[in-house]
Design a protein around this ligand. Structure first.
Ligand code: GLN
Length: 203
């Protein structure tokens, strides 16, 4: 059976994720209410603005149901703002910003933004075959600290234009939870979404 993968559709680049999932053969549906969340096998949390998505999760009464699904082992993939939401702790967040948990990491919000608002690099990603992934970072976070159970999948290569970002962790997996600081939904390279769809099928 083809699993049904939801895309949290409160704010952010929802359509791009739906298209990327569909392109790799998954059934993708937008999720805006708790009943829709109940019906999916897995969830993608898109890029956008984590503080806004956090506020809307409360308004749409999705925060607790989503925390509960993640704690119960539902596969989840967060890109950029999604990574921030899945992290256990956020640095430079807003004090009222809520966390979903699932990833034992400390992320720094808008970490690259201290140098430049956006940044691109070719990153080898563990578990993704066929060469480096073109990674687009837009006001992206990075992982400042990862717990012992977190697998680091990618770091920023030490190139001259990487500056302070060199060596920073930008893709991680912990069990069924995957996160990237970058936006594979924007480049037409479906390999990250395919890897997530695989993880969902195996779960
Ligand atoms: N800076 C945004 C945040 O704090 C994330 C940016 C993005 O998702 N492109 O949520």
């Amino acid at each position: 059976m083809v699993p049904e993968i939801g895309v949290l559709a409160l704010q952010g680049d929802v359509r791009e994720h739906v298209a990327a999932l569909a392109a790799c053969g998954a059934r993708a549906v937008p999720v805006r209410r708790a009943t829709e969340l109940d019906a999916v096998d897995a969830l993608v949390i898109p890029g956008g603005e984590s503080t806004t998505i956090s506020r809307l999760l409360v308004t749409f009464e999705l925060l607790e149901p989503l925390r509960a699904r993640i704690a119960a082992g539902m596969p989840a993939y967060g890109s950029c703002a999604g990574m921030i939401l899945l992290a256990a702790e956020v640095l430079d967040g807003r004090p009222d910003q809520q966390q979903l948990g699932g990833l034992d990491v400390v992320v720094r919000r808008n970490a690259f933004g201290r140098q430049v608002d956006s940044f691109e690099a070719d990153l080898p990603v563990d578990g993704v075959d066929g060469g480096p992934v073109r990674a687009v970072f837009i006001r992206a976070p990075w992982v400042e600290k990862a717990g012992a159970d977190v697998e680091v999948l990618a770091t920023v290569p030490d190139t001259p234009d990487a500056g302070l970002a060199a060596g920073r962790i930008v893709a991680v997996r912990q069990g069924r939870v995957l996160a990237t600081a970058f936006h594979p939904e924007l480049t037409g390279d479906g390999r990250i979404h395919a890897a997530f769809a695989d993880l969902v099928r195996r779960s």
